[in-house]
Design a protein around this ligand. Structure first.
Ligand code: MG
Length: 167
């Protein structure tokens, strides 16, 4: 293509993801693969990891592969109580199959308790390991809803992918 450097052409693709789950006493709270000590946890078919789910949707969206509901429907018994690492593993395979590489992911989790700041590094590490990238390529930020939605866990994520075509 005109304008590309000799023998090298990269296509960049960005994606956005969002997820929310209701929180209830007596449920587990897993975020970014970290099991947190929390008075409430996610009500969900799978492990209810909103952070992983938002990232899966950002990656699928960037790749033009639809969304998490299409790949992992909550009507499928295979995904009942499933670890979201399985979703990340599958997305990693699909991206590789399309020749797409993750450049970076940025995510925000909105939850009032517990405080996530001490855990965001472990979350980024888990997510990066599951996706086969460096922890420095994953950013996880924690916000409080300031009491406006104390019974909901929410996550937003963006992802940037690159497809490198050699010619
Ligand atoms: Mg979800």
């Amino acid at each position: 293509m005109g304008g590309s450097r000799a023998g090298f052409e990269a296509e960049f693709r960005c994606g956005i993801g969002y997820d929310s789950h209701r929180l209830e006493a007596g449920r587990k709270l897993v975020l970014g693969g970290v099991l947190l000590d929390s008075p409430r946890g996610s009500v969900a078919h799978s492990d209810g990891d909103v952070l992983s789910h938002a990232i899966v949707d950002a990656l699928l969206g960037a790749a033009g592969l639809g969304d998490i509901g299409r790949h992992f429907p909550d009507t499928d018994p295979r995904w009942k109580n499933a670890s979201s690492k399985l979703f990340l593993d599958e997305v990693r395979r699909q991206l590789a199959g399309c020749g797409l590489r993750i450049l970076n992911i940025d995510a925000v989790v909105v939850i009032d308790e517990p405080k996530l700041a001490p855990h965001v590094g472990a979350m980024a590490g888990n997510l990066a390991a599951a996706l086969g990238i460096a922890a420095a390529q994953v950013s996880v930020k924690a916000k409080s809803s300031e009491g406006t939605t104390p019974m909901i866990a929410v996550a937003h994520a963006v992802a940037l992918l690159a497809k490198v075509n050699s010619s």
